[in-house]
Design a protein around this ligand. Structure first.
Ligand SMILES: C[S@@+](CC[C@H](N)C(=O)[O-])C[C@H]1O[C@@H](n2cnc3c(N)ncnc32)[C@H](O)[C@@H]1O
Length: 242
């Protein structure tokens, strides 16, 4: 993976997406876990924790183990969540040899761009769950409801200001991918630089999600997630029953 946002731009990450912005959705994940599991809900594994922003809101409720593929992102999470266990790992191949009450796979799941990769990440979640536990998968988009969109990005901290665009589009409707183009203008004092960062992301139908989860032994269902301004999208809550 060669993405500037998770490498050379990590010093700008919290300016782009502040920790406080994750409070409402993290609370919806906590509640969804609470309603889905049987038995205790004390231990949480996150696959693709990024800067650890969801974990920051969830750690009062769970003992969190946080994993990510990008060293710079894992370092941001370690700084924010020093009391949590961290491990550098690919969600497709991680094998910790122990199980958790819940597994969270937030927007990092978007980097699974084939059904083989998506299935591998789901299998990692399944193998790290105890029976009675549940995983949440929270993709940003589904193939059957995708709409091309462009969003303004803004942030400021001290002498640094970020402005940019996030433009999502589909290059070929017969393939299960979308492109997310980030265009950043980064100002530090009087110094300005421009960066373009292209992310190729997976885009799967709701049916594909359900079929893959069921094929691994999960019992999946849909749950609402708040996305601001009183609006909701849908995430997957997948129980491991046996
Ligand atoms: C948008 S960030 C996640 C932010 C996170 N939700 C938070 O709360 O801060 C996406 C993350 O996915 C990670 N990622 C991408 N592919 C991955 C993989 N195969 N295994 C683990 N992490 C991966 C990236 O390194 C990046 O840190």
């Amino acid at each position: 993976m060669d993405l500037k946002l998770y490498d050379e731009l990590t010093p700008w990450y919290r300016i782009l997406t502040p920790v406080a912005d994750y409070a409402e959705e993290a609370e919806s994940y906590r509640r969804a876990f609470e309603g889905a599991i049987t038995g205790p809900g004390r231990t949480l594994l996150e696959l693709g924790c990024g800067a650890g922003h969801n974990a920051w809101h969830l750690k009062p409720y769970f003992q969190c183990t946080l994993t990510d593929l990008a060293p710079g992102m894992l370092a941001l999470s370690q700084e924010l969540n020093p009391e949590c266990e961290h491990q550098l790992a690919d969600m497709r191949t991680l094998r910790m040899g122990r199980t958790f009450d819940v597994v969270l796979v937030h927007d990092a799941i978007a980097y699974m761009t084939s059904t083989d990769d998506l299935r591998a990440a789901m299998e990692t979640a399944f193998l790290h769950l105890r029976p009675g536990g549940a995983a949440i998968f929270a993709p940003d988009a589904y193939q059957d409801s995708f709409e091309e969109g462009c969003e303004l990005l803004e942030g400021q901290e001290g002498s640094r200001t970020l402005k940019g665009l996030e433009w999502s589009w589909v290059p070929d409707p017969s393939r299960s991918i979308c492109m997310v183009e980030y265009s950043f203008l980064l100002r530090d004092g009087t110094t300005m630089r421009a960066v373009h960062d292209r992310h190729e992301e997976g885009l799967f139908s709701r049916q594909t999600w359900l079929e893959l989860l069921e094929s691994l032994g999960f019992s999946p269902s849909w749950a609402p997630r708040p996305i601001g301004d009183g609006e909701f999208d849908q995430i997957l809550v997948a129980r491991r029953t046996a």
